[in-house]
Design a protein around this ligand. Sequence first.
Ligand code: ATP
Ligand code: MG
Length: 224
Amino acid sequence: MKSILQTVDLKKSYKIGKLDVPALRGVSLDVAEGEFVAIMGPSGCGKSTLLHLLGGLLSPTSGSIVIDGEDLAQLSDAQRTDIRRRKIGFVFQRFNLFPTLSAEGNLKLAEKIHTGSGSKNSDRRREVLRLLKLENKMHHKPLELSGGEQQRVALARAIVNAPAIILADEPTGNLDTENSEIVLEMFKELNQKFNQTIIMITHNPEAAAACGRTIQMRDGHIVN
Ligand SMILES: Nc1ncnc2c1ncn2[C@@H]1O[C@H](COP(=O)(O)OP(=O)(O)OP(=O)(O)O)[C@@H](O)[C@H]1O
Ligand SMILES: [Mg+2]
C-alpha cells in the first residue's frame, strides 16, 4: 500500500526560558493511504505535539516528516503552508470556530482559505452538513450551538475540502455518547467509502476500536 505519511526519529522539545522540555523523543511512524489510525496514551505523553507536527503547525527539533512524497523540511514556509492547505484537514482539541460566522460561514471560510478565492460550492457544504446532521443548524453561530454541534461543525470544516489526510485531536473528547457516535460513524464512512486517511487521538477505547490500528504512546515515544 502507498505510504501517505512518514516520520523518521521525530523529536520536539519546547523551550520555556532556558529550559528544554522534551515532548517527543524520537517517533518513527508510517501511515498508508486509506488507513484509520488511533493514537492513545496518557495525558502529556506528546500526542497533540505529534499531530501538530504532522499537520505542519509546529516545526520539529529534529527528524523528518514526509507527506505524500514531500519532505516538509525541504520546503519553504510558503510551500509548507500550501501542503497544509491542500492536503490536511485538522480537527483541534478545542473547536477554534469563528464566533461571528454561522456554521455554513465557517465552512465557507475554510473553502476560501483552501482555494484562495471565494467559494460557490454550496452543494458540497450542504452534503457535509447533512452527513453530520447539522442541516437545520447551518445558519447558527457557534454560541447558538451545543458543544457537540460545535464539534461537528469543526469536523465539517475539516472535511469540506476533501483533504488527503484528516488529523483529529480528541474529536469525541467533549461529546456525549450520542454525539460521539455520530462523529465516529462519519469518520468510518469517510474512511470506508472514500478511502480517506484519518489519524485520530482518543482516550476512548471504543473510539479506538473503530480504527484499523492503534498506536500507543508514552513519555514521547511509541510503545507498541
Ligand atoms: N507550548 C508548549 N510549551 C511548553 N511545553 C509544552 C507546550 N505544549 C505542550 N507542552 C508539554 O509537552 C508535553 C506533551 O504535550 P502534549 O500536548 O503533546 O500532550 P498530549 O499527549 O496531547 O496530552 P493530553 O492528552 O492532555 O492532550 C507535555 O509535558 C506538555 O506540558
Ligand atoms: Mg492533547
